[in-house]
Design a protein around this ligand. Structure first.
Ligand code: GLA
Length: 393
């Protein structure tokens, strides 16, 4: 990609050595434009995606490398609307569930590709207390609050700034969540930076600061189907999760407060296992989740960013590895997909045709004294990183 400076209404004299420009006569106004050049290793292209009913313009950014990977991100919800990666024959194909219009993304949907905040996952009965003050959130997943509320970060418009350095193409999204927005205290300034490199890895860095004590738990809610055949359930995908323990939940998917050993349970993914291998087993946790919809306690929590989980589809040969510095990962097997949402090219997304690997803190942490804290204080920097690495085998 090439960054050019131009004189609006004027002719620019471009010094190729420095890329400095001078404007002839009195035409001093400059604009910056980005263009993809054939020689660039990674490129970013911006296009208009649509307009919300309130008149907000939504853009789409395509980050693309030379290894056949490309990701489309829209400024509505910071949604990954498309992610294409090569299969073992080198054919680049879609691997995330998504829609083909802004209108569809704005209709109720289970967070397809979206950024989730201010608090990813459930908060029991939508209530938590900070410094003796109780906060009440909307109950949008009866009887609990889920994924930041009905108008959470998945439904807001983010501003975007593109950047390129070496083999990396980045899109830095910003959103300022107002004090008491969706019931959460504190003005929260959030940055989420998506970076694609030329090694088929997509990094997501989340940053936030607040002016009042609050709770934060940000994540990404892409639904993957590595086969690229969205009419096919993901039950044959082989999953690995580097976790000795699970955060068990009660019937409303709120943690019981204990952490249990996965040994000899359908939740043991320390060795690769097909999603479908035990999903129908008689098991209280599977019953509560209607399948897998649980947070695992990742191992090596003192190690910063480390391997967390992987998914492999033998048919296409695609392997997805997830690395994170977060304590937990929610593995959700798409149990609530019910054939009502349209696929991009006809048909509908049916049960378990996509899975999510949402790196995060444990659910309901604000109410669970023994879980790692999700409190963010003024003066502190929330910063976490998750990488989605694609390869074939
Ligand atoms: C998360 C939750 C699930 C479900 C999906 C969206 O993964 O844990 O229970 O709500 O989001 O349907």
């Amino acid at each position: 990609m090439n960054v050019l400076k131009r004189c609006i209404y004027g002719i620019s004299i471009v010094s190729l050595a420095s890329m400095n420009i001078q404007c002839k006569s009195d035409k001093k106004v400059e604009e910056t434009v980005t263009e993809a050049k054939a020689t660039d290793v990674v490129t970013i292209e911006k296009s208009a995606y649509g307009t919300t009913p309130k008149g907000e313009k939504i853009d789409s950014y395509k980050l693309k490398n030379q290894k056949g990977m490309e990701v489309d991100i829209i400024t509505y919800g910071g949604i990954i609307s498309s992610l294409k990666v090569p299969n073992k024959a080198g054919k680049s194909e879609e691997v995330v569930l998504g829609f083909n219009s802004l209108e569809q993304y704005m209709k109720p949907n289970p967070y397809f590709g979206a950024l989730i905040g201010r608090y990813g996952n459930r908060i029991a009965k939508g209530k938590f207390t900070l410094d003796g003050k109780e906060y009440a959130l909307a109950i949008n997943n009866d009887p609990n609050a889920l994924h930041g509320g009905p108008e959470g970060f998945h439904r807001v418009v983010w501003t975007a700034e593109e950047a390129k350095s070496g083999d990396n193409a980045s899109l830095k999204l910003k959103y300022v969540s107002k004090d008491m927005e969706e019931g959460y205290p504190g003005n929260l300034t959030v940055f989420v930076t998506y970076t694609l490199n030329n090694d088929n890895s997509l990094d997501v860095v989340y940053e936030a600061t607040t002016d009042k004590k609050t709770v934060v738990n940000l994540t990404q809610h892409s639904y993957f189907n590595l086969s690229s055949d969205f009419s096919k359930p993901i039950l044959d995908h082989e999953i690995t999760i580097d976790a000795d323990k699970l955060v068990p939940v009660a019937a409303t998917l709120i943690p019981t407060g204990k952490l249990t050993d996965v040994t000899n349970t359908p939740f043991d993914f320390r060795k690769a296992k097909k999603v479908g291998a035990q999903i129908e087993a008689k098991d209280e946790q599977l019953k509560n989740g209607l399948g897998y919809d649980h947070c695992w306690v990742l191992n090596n929590q003192d190690k910063g960013e480390r391997f967390a989980a992987s998914a492999y589809d033998a048919g296409s040969g695609r392997l997805l590895e997830v690395y994170t510095d977060q304590p937990g990962i929610q593995f959700y097997s798409g149990n609530f997909l019910d054939g009502t949402l349209p696929m991009r090219n006809g048909g509908t997304y049916t049960r378990r045709t996509g899975f999510c690997l949402e790196t995060q803190h444990y659910p309901d942490s604000p109410n669970q004294k023994d879980f790692p804290t999700t409190v963010l204080n003024p003066g502190e920097n929330y910063k976490t990183k998750t990488s989605f690495k694609f390869s074939v085998k």
